[in-house]
Design a protein around this ligand. Structure first.
Ligand code: ATP
Ligand code: MG
Length: 260
């Protein structure tokens, strides 16, 4: 059964794209068939997968507007062994252009029909807003993975996101659940980070992944080489953390431990 996962947090810069790209590559390394959908006009998941945003004649924008099928805009990640539905700045217009359209929040879900069976995992990198684009991601997905930094305002933002998930479940997508919370850019020496982390575990229990993503410069450098960190510095702490996350994720999902 294909699992469709939205990677979302309306807070900017928390590691959504880094997680999308590196989890996609780590799952592909574990021989799962993976599709990564870039749903952010910033197109960072596209660039981070080694695809030149400027050279694309069609993107996820055309899919949401209904002129293209996902199959028509699909490309392969340059390295990493997964497929990508790319995005660029044009996508910013979709929000306004769809405003009077019926079923505008269902566009991605409907476009995915017929393509789902080709993959084991479909990851959707959402933009930093609870916008129509993110809504399309949440309606198309079965669950949400929430990357977050353990900072003071993180928990506040989290309750908005959890409420949005509840609303989407009540109105548009009854199967939607929280897949897991991922602590990113984590510094164990930081007392506040420890405190927020403990609060997170108290509130969300085993929804919090035991794998923690440390702050690691290699993770920040890899996108400039258009590669997941696995292909940039396989031995780095960042690469090992995302391999561990894929292992924990697969253990929960499939009940198997799969070293990448
Ligand atoms: P946006 O909300 O803008 O889409 P995002 O949530 O997708 O942002 P990223 O783009 O993944 O966040 O990360 C923000 C910045 O932090 C990037 O420059 C990225 O390279 C860097 N970064 C992400 N994770 C780590 C990490 N674990 N260690 C060091 N740098 C990181
Ligand atoms: Mg991003």
């Amino acid at each position: 059964m294909t699992k469709i996962l939205a990677i979302a947090n309306q807070k900017g810069g928390v590691g959504k794209t880094t997680t999308s790209v590196n989890l996609a590559a780590s799952l592909a390394a574990a021989e799962r068939r993976v599709l990564l959908i870039d749903l952010d006009p910033q197109g960072n998941a596209t660039t981070g997968s080694g695809i030149n945003k400027g050279e694309l004649s069609s993107t996820v924008y055309h899919v949401l507007l209904g002129s293209h099928a996902l199959r028509d805009v699909r490309v392969s990640a340059k390295q990493g062994g997964y497929d990508v539905i790319p995005a660029n700045r044009e996508l910013a217009g979709a929000e306004i252009e769809l405003v009077d359209e019926e079923r505008r929040e269902q566009r991605l879900r409907e476009a995915l029909q017929g393509l789902i069976e080709e993959y084991d995992y479909i990851l959707i990198d959402c933009p930093p807003a609870l916008s129509l684009l993110t809504l399309n991601g949440l309606v198309a997905a079965q669950s949400v993975m929430i990357p977050m930094q353990c900072e003071y305002y993180a928990l506040e933002g989290l309750s908005d996101l959890v409420n949005t998930v509840k609303k989407v479940r009540a109105n548009l997508n009854p199967v939607l659940e929280i897949e897991g919370l991922l602590r990113t850019m984590f510094d164990p020496r930081n007392a506040l980070a420890q405190q927020v982390s403990e609060q997170l575990q108290r509130h969300f229990g085993d929804k919090v992944y035991s794998t923690v993503i440390p702050r690691n410069i290699r993770l920040a450098e890899a996108p400039s080489y258009g590669a997941p960190v696995l292909f940039y510095d396989r031995a780095s702490k960042g690469a090992l953390a995302y391999i561990a996350l894929a292992g924990e994720f697969l253990q929960r999902r499939e009940g198997v431990a799969t070293p990448a």
